[in-house]
Design a protein around this ligand. Structure first.
Ligand code: B12
Length: 308
């Protein structure tokens, strides 16, 4: 993604409006601004993207905001998005896949809805094609790599407060499914967590150490594949105990958590979908902290203009 801070003129060009309109919106506090040491007004690209999403503007020069050059914010609709994304991924057309995801995002669909209704749906189509021998393994793997890159870009286009609560997560041994974890990261970040996945197929003892060392507010576990049920239950029980001791909220989900298995597990919340996770995490944050966003981490220390 491109630079984090841009001038009002660049922001105006990105949205295709006059600089005076843009400055008026800044004066009204609709877009947050910061002042550089030299007194120049600057805007964070993530704040401009937020403004576009919430005020239904179109983006005419997406590259200025560090977005894919073909994204416009045109609303394809979630229902059409899945099959279109599946075709783009199967064809290895990364630019088209990126445009589909970013257009839906700019058209104000939540990351959770895009994940549940478009990305998961696209991979169901890909899985079915593979099962019917209409798609090759390399097409599925390449599709995974493409979507992982796009999700990282989407995440990078959002700001994270330097005081955000940490959330970490992983899959347990023999579960190599990274897509759900990467989507959960993006969803948790969109509601204000500082989310970071540890990785896939982690041994139970390592997860226990991670909870002990990192003391996350929330731990997410995705369970898509269980190779050895006995080992899974033992690892999970160890993790749940570590979370209880550290007062960490343990959230679980995934296709392999069947109705038969779930009663054998201790956790704080089970979610079928990313949209359920978003609701849970957002209410968790609302209940626990007075304000959601402050200055983004990793940015230069700049004064933010008070909203009028
Ligand atoms: C991609 C893929 C893989 C990739 C994953 C790569 C990666 N980097 O992630 C790899 C190559 C690892 C793989 C391997 C295997 N796969 Co596979 N795979 C798929 C595929 C095509 C997509 C899965 C996916 O990631 N979807 C996207 C995610 C985001 O969607 P989701 O899993 O539905 O998750 C949603 C919810 O469950 C929820 N969720 C999930 N976790 C969590 C966690 C929390 C906290 C929350 C809130 C929500 C949540 O959110 C998601 C969005 O709604 C599916 C096909 C399909 N129908 O889905 C087959 C599929 C799941 N695989 C299958 C099989 C058989 C396998 C293998 C056993 C094959 C083999 N013989 O080796 C191995 C097992 C690997 C292992 N040990 O982990 C079968 C499973 C059949 C069954 N009924 O169990 C499927 C259905 C393919 C098929 N049609 O037969 N696979």
């Amino acid at each position: 993604m491109a630079a984090d801070l841009i001038s009002p003129r660049q922001a105006a060009r990105a949205i295709g409006v006059s600089e005076s309109s843009l400055n008026r919106w800044c004066d009204r506090g609709l877009i947050a601004t910061v002042r550089t040491a030299g007194g120049h007004r600057k805007l964070a690209t993530s704040d401009v993207v937020d403004f576009v999403r919430t005020h239904q503007h179109r983006v005419v020069a997406p590259e200025v905001l560090g977005l894919p050059s073909t994204s416009t914010g045109a609303d394809l609709g979630l229902t059409r998005g899945g099959p279109l994304l599946a075709e783009a991924l199967l064809a290895g057309n990364e630019e088209s896949a990126r445009r589909i995801v970013f257009d839906l995002y700019l058209a104000k669909h939540s990351i959770s809805a895009i994940g549940d209704a478009v990305i998961a749906q696209a991979f169901r189509v890909i899985g079915d094609r593979w099962a019917c021998r209409e798609a090759d393994i390399y097409q599925e793997r390449r599709g995974c790599e493409i979507i992982l890159r796009i999700l990282h870009e989407l995440r990078h286009s959002q700001s994270v407060s330097s005081t955000a609560w940490p959330a970490i997560g992983a899959t347990l041994s023999d579960d190599f499914y990274s897509l759900p974890l990467t989507m959960i990261e993006a969803v948790l970040q969109s509601v204000g967590f500082h989310a970071a996945m540890l990785g896939t197929s982690l041994p139970g003892e390592s997860l226990v150490r991670a909870v002990h060392d990192l003391r996350p507010k929330l731990f997410f576990v995705s369970v898509s594949h269980i190779a050895n049920e006995e080992r899974f239950l033992a690892d999970f029980a160890g993790l749940a105990e570590a979370c209880r001791a550290a007062e960490t909220t343990l959230v679980v989900g995934g296709r392999a958590l069947t109705d038969r298995l779930r009663p054998q597990l201790a956790y704080s919340a089970f979610c079928d979908t990313l949209q359920q996770l978003e609701m849970f995490a957002a209410s968790f944050i609302r209940a626990g902290r007075p304000r959601r966003r402050a200055q983004s981490s990793g940015r230069p220390k700049l004064r933010r203009k008070a909203r009028r």
